[in-house]
Design a protein around this ligand. Structure first.
Ligand code: NDP
Ligand code: MG
Length: 383
């Protein structure tokens, strides 16, 4: 029985994790769970799974909550979450917090030396250089939850980085893959939130429509698999069946396939390096649709290239990329800007920022906050 901590249990990945745990009651026990504000869902899960430690990171809820599930201990606040991660007896921490808010928990898990199943790709975008270094001196293993990176990890197996010629990450293309470019100015929030193949949280769904998500995933792959940016590319694959490819130096290519469900990469992250028997619905090869692959158009998805260039530049720029993107997404969700302005805002913020190399975690957290606030405040000047 593996003891797991699930951070961000009320989100899309958190709920898929719950489905995995329901299917594997003898394999996993949730010992710590967090939400930011959705306490009713958190309490529902706490009651169903008898979760001993709960954290609500938004302290404002402290006054509102009176009824705590029996047998659970409840804490409030971001610092309290870090304390619980340190004090809890767990075998693996699954970080499914969305956005830059997930960084501190990843750092805490690695510093403690507990294995980290990482859905929160933003941790690696902002602090990949620090995290990869910290892992060298830690007992913690970092296992990706992102479906593409799970596929790459599985395809690589025991091969060394030298045996790999390139990594090819697949992208569904999102809801606007075929929309004429002159209609992009009419895109609505509702259109953007309808992803054709995956059901995910709002932020990553918007990132998938702009293709920022794929840019972030290239940076994530660069850190996880230690390949240079020129050896990682993304291709459009509308069916989301092949979750990525690894090309080896002898010309062989391996891929991992399944119907699009996050339950498979979540389960694998929790059982790595083993595959265990599961009742997750099977993928019947004969039921598969035709599989297509196409070049990713930079004209259609400018944020993909902006993200990769920020990744190549490194230093603090990926943090600026991420923070300005998070602010632009919030503005879009609040209907203050149109879809087309997301990339304009991010590009302007990146171009106006003076980069510096090897930022510390404290500098990353500060710049992230400053850029987010400044983008939110001054957005009218940026569009
Ligand atoms: P959701 O928005 O669905 O869920 C986010 C979770 O994080 C919720 O539990 C939320 O709590 C919590 N949360 C939100 N803000 C904060 C905060 N400031 N501090 C602490 N906790 C917070 O996101 P997803 O599940 O879609 O994504 C989670 C992560 O996984 C992201 O990094 C995403 O990129 C990555 N990922 C997601 C995939 C997917 O299929 N959804 C696929 C691959 C990667 P509350 O509900 O209370 O607001
Ligand atoms: Mg992904």
């Amino acid at each position: 029985m593996k003891k797991i901590a699930v951070l961000g249990i009320t989100g899309s990945i958190g709920i898929s994790t719950i489905e995995v745990v329901r299917k594997h009651p003898n394999d996993f026990k949730i010992v710590l769970a967090s939400a930011n504000s959705n306490y009713s869902k958190l309490f529902e899960f706490a009651t169903e799974f008898n979760i001993p430690e709960l954290v609500i990171t938004n302290s404002a809820f402290k006054q509102k909550i009176t009824d705590i599930p029996k047998g659970s201990n409840l804490s409030f606040g971001e610092n309290e979450l870090q304390e619980k991660i340190v004090s809890i007896d767990s075998d693996i921490i699954l970080n499914a917090i969305s956005g830059s808010a997930g960084l501190r928990s990843s750092i805490t898990a690695i510093t403690k030396g507990t294995d980290l199943a990482l859905a929160n790709k933003e941790s690696l975008i902002m602090a990949g250089h620090k995290i990869m270094n910290m892992l060298k001196d830690s007992n913690s293993n970092l296992i990706p939850v992102d479906s593409e990176h799970s596929a790459i990890l599985q395809a690589i197996g025991d091969s060394s980085a030298d045996e790999i010629r390139s990594i090819i990450i697949t992208a569904s293309g999102g809801p606007f893959r075929e929309l004429p470019l002159n209609e992009f100015e009419n895109i609505t929030l509702e259109d953007t939130l309808k992803h054709p193949t995956w059901d995910m949280g709002a932020k990553i769904t918007i990132d998938s429509a702009t293709m920022m998500n794929k840019g972030l995933e290239v940076i994530e792959a660069h850190w996880l698999f230690q390949k240079s940016f020129k050896d990682i590319k993304a291709v459009i694959h509308p069916q989301s069946i092949v979750h990525s490819f690894v090309e080896f130096i002898d010309g062989s290519i391996l891929a991992q396939l399944s119907f699009p469900t996050m339950q498979i990469p979540i389960l694998y992250a929790l059982t790595h390096p083993y595959h265990i028997k599961s009742t997750i619905p099977k993928t019947n090869i004969l039921d598969l649709p035709d599989l297509n692959f196409a070049e990713l158009s930079i004209e259609r998805y400018p944020l993909y290239e902006i993200a990769i260039n920020a990744g190549i530049e490194g230093g603090i720029l990926p943090t600026v990329l991420n923070a300005s993107n998070e602010a632009a997404i919030d503005l879009f969700l609040d209907k203050k800007i149109s879809f087309n302005f997301i990339n304009k805002i991010v590009e302007k913020q990146i171009n106006s920022f003076h980069n510096f190399k090897n930022p510390s975690i404290e500098e990353i957290i500060k710049v992230n906050k400053d850029v987010f606030i400044q983008t939110t405040k001054n957005y009218k000047k940026l569009i």
